[in-house]
Design a protein around this ligand. Structure first.
Ligand SMILES: Nc1ccn([C@@H]2O[C@H](COP(=O)(O)OP(=O)(O)OP(=O)(O)O)[C@@H](O)[C@H]2O)c(=O)n1
Ligand SMILES: C[C@](O)(CO)[C@H](O)COP(=O)(O)O
Length: 400
């Protein structure tokens, strides 16, 4: 059995930021581009680059998800991957990654997961320049805007942009240079090149790439969604998604006995017995929520709408479905269609089927929803009129 040589190179992928400027609920690394996260796209480029130890620095509490993403990207190189917990600042996160390096590592690249579309040749250029010069190395792009120095709202002078470069990542360093620079750092820097230069080391610039832009704002995410190349399906059978689609399943049961009229399939049914529950008890809506979350791998209704969420107490289908659609959107998915069947003795759904389908579809941004109903011929709790159960299947597809 041949044992792979211990890697000379390491790439620290910093992915522990909160993504404040992106403004989404999930930490930025776990926001979806096309059904795959920003982190997964970043790791695609990292693993297409020259072979290295890969250290992913993840937000506290999200290490497991990061490891799953990293192992999926790594394929048969999963043994070269580790995940550590990041810190309050990017610099602290890099320091956490440095502590994870293997003894064999001589060259260290530090890369923003937020630069998710960085082509592998940028990594190669940075590594080559570190090897040739021994300096720190930054990929950069010419500045195309006129840059002005300001004092508040007042422009004080123009800056000669020919003397500037827009620094990107991965930034590369000899390991001893980076570690000694971090050991003496007494202030926060926005990138590692500045920290290394402050410690007295020289830094070179090599050609960056327009695709290595940092996903910082919602406009950057839109741009990435138009530019991203689909992540190839993982090698092991049954994993990944066929051409960017996934299916999910959901069920829900509610007993009669709730206050007020019945709410079911997004409609109010005056004169019918209400269903009990934290919300309005609409089993049809909740089964759809579970089917959508199941398809996207985002847990289930309890993950996002549990009784600890008072804003959903008494809430109706539209609130649940709109929020679920938003969660899928943040993860890079759009709803293709939903089918749901309810099993109950009442109400007679057929006369209002079209109305129910319209309400549910509207809450899902117009995605088709088909609603069916059946009795259980008197069998079980549904047949005995104790409660209602619903079964839903959802198809989602990667947002483009
Ligand atoms: N404490 C931090 C802060 C940032 N980063 C990482 O550093 C890279 C560049 O940071 P930035 O784009 O600013 O990400 P965020 O800090 O998440 O964004 P924001 O400033 O909008 O919150 C990102 O890949 C981010 O995940 C990190 O690992 N740990
Ligand atoms: C490291 C970096 O991407 C180089 O341009 C940039 O400094 C990160 O800045 P941020 O404010 O942490 O996004």
């Amino acid at each position: 059995m041949t044992i792979a040589p211990a890697p000379r190179i390491a790439v620290i992928v910093v992915a522990a930021g909160s993504g404040t400027r992106l403004g989404q609920e999930a930490p930025k690394a776990f926001v979806g581009i096309d059904g795959h996260t920003i982190l997964r796209h970043a790791l695609r480029g990292v693993f297409e680059a020259p072979e290295a130890q890969i250290v992913v620095v993840a937000p506290s509490g999200r290490e497991g998800e990061a490891l799953t993403e990293a192992r999926e990207a790594a394929g048969d190189r999963a043994g070269q991957v580790s995940v550590v917990t990041g810190g309050a600042t990017r610099q602290q996160s890099v320091a956490a990654g440095l502590r994870e390096l293997w003894p064999s590592v001589e060259v260290v690249l530090v890369h923003d997961a937020a630069r998710a579309l960085t082509p592998p040749d940028v990594f190669a250029r940075v590594i080559d320049a570190v090897d040739r010069t021994g300096w720190g190395v930054v990929p950069g792009l010419p500045v195309v805007d006129t840059i002005k120095r300001v004092d508040g709202q007042q422009v004080v002078e123009a800056v000669d942009r020919s003397e500037l470069t827009a620094a990107q990542t991965p930034q590369g360093f000899r390991r001893d240079v980076l570690e000694t620079a971090y050991a003496v750092a007494s202030e926060e820097f926005t990138d590692d090149a500045a920290l290394v230069a402050a410690a007295g080391h020289r830094v070179a610039v090599v050609q960056g790439d327009a695709l290595a832009f940092k996903i910082t704002t919602p406009a950057d995410l839109d741009r990435a969604r138009h530019l991203a190349v689909p992540v190839p399906p993982v090698s092991h059978p049954g994993a990944g998604q066929a051409n960017g689609q996934r299916v999910g399943v959901g069920t829900d049961v509610h007993a009669y006995g709730g206050d007020g009229a019945l709410w079911l399939a997004g409609l109010e049914w005056p004169g019918e017995r209400g269903l009990s529950g934290h919300s309005d008890g609409d089993a049809v809506a909740h089964a759809i929520v579970d089917a959508l979350l199941s398809a996207a791998g985002l847990g289930d209704i309890g993950t996002h709408f549990g009784t600890s969420r008072p804003e959903f107490a008494g809430a109706h289908a539209d609130a649940f479905l709109a929020r679920t659609r938003q969660l899928l959107g943040e993860a890079g998915w759009v709803v293709a269609n939903v089918a749901v069947q309810v099993q109950s003795n009442a109400p007679k759904l057929a006369p209002r089927r079209a109305e129910a389908e319209a309400v549910l579809s509207a809450a899902l941004g117009g995605a088709p929803v088909s609603v069916a109903a059946t009795t259980t011929d008197g069998l079980g709790f549904a047949g005995e009129g104790v409660g209602v159960q619903a079964f839903a299947v959802a198809l989602i597809q990667a947002a483009r």
